[in-house]
Write a protein that binds this ligand. Structure first.
Ligand code: FES
Ligand code: FES
Length: 210
């Protein structure tokens, strides 16, 4: 004679509530694990795909200071690395290498950028200006720095000159307060700002008179 199991009061098809819950738990855990496993596999696949795309080098052409310059770079190369290490354009300096000091300032399509946080490949087809190409005659920003003792250390000066030029090109009538704000993405750790502001004001004045 077969043993009669008591019917589950909840009508779970012959399963006890505990069996049902245990079974549901296993199913849920399986679903989570399957989901996680799928996620891990997807990530691994994506990493493999991106490794295929991002490894090696690509040839790019950049328009730097009016000249078309070609070189091979890794897709992750910054504009700063490319200018300095591939194209021998050393005006932009590396100091913080993380977009906080402005020593690497470069003008791309008229906009001031931190070249240490700008990808070189993204600059193809754009106009890149570094201070090597700036006018140095009377009325220019470099001349104003020279005349107003705006010179700083070799790391800060190129960035400040570039930032001032980029700002004054767009805002020739800027006030001192506006110039201060316009170049506040550049820092000098020893604080020689007085000469810089005097130079920027003189350059602005020269632009107005030009
Ligand atoms: S080196 Fe690029 S912001 Fe400092
Ligand atoms: S002049 Fe470069 S840190 Fe002050």
């Amino acid at each position: 004679m077969t043993e009669q199991r008591p019917r589950d009061p909840g009508g779970l098809g012959g399963q006890s509530r505990r069996d049902f819950l245990r079974g549901s738990g296993v199913a849920a855990a399986t679903a989570v694990l399957t989901g996680q496993a799928t996620g891990v596999l997807d990530e691994a696949q994506a990493a493999e795909e991106s490794a295929k795309v991002l490894s090696g080098t690509v040839e790019i052409t950049l328009k730097v200071n009016g000249q078309e310059r070609s070189c091979e770079v890794e897709p992750r190369s910054t504009l700063l690395d490319t200018l300095r290490n591939r194209l021998d354009v050393t005006g932009p300096k590396r100091v913080c290498d993380r977009g906080s000091c402005g020593a690497c300032s470069t003008i791309v399509d008229g906009e001031l950028v931190y070249s240490c946080t700008t990808l070189a490949v993204s600059c193809q087809g754009k106009t890149i200006e570094t201070l090597e190409s700036f006018e140095t005659g009377e009325g220019s920003v470099p001349h104003a720095f020279h005349q107003n003792d705006g010179l700083m250390c070799g790391y800060c000066t190129p960035g400040f000159v570039t930032a001032c030029k980029a700002y004054l090109d767009k805002h020739p009538n800027a006030t001192e307060e506006e110039i201060r704000k316009g170049i506040d993405g550049n820092i000098c750790r020893c604080g020689t700002y007085v000469g810089v502001l005097a130079a920027a004001k003189a350059a602005a004045q020269a632009k107005k008179g030009a």
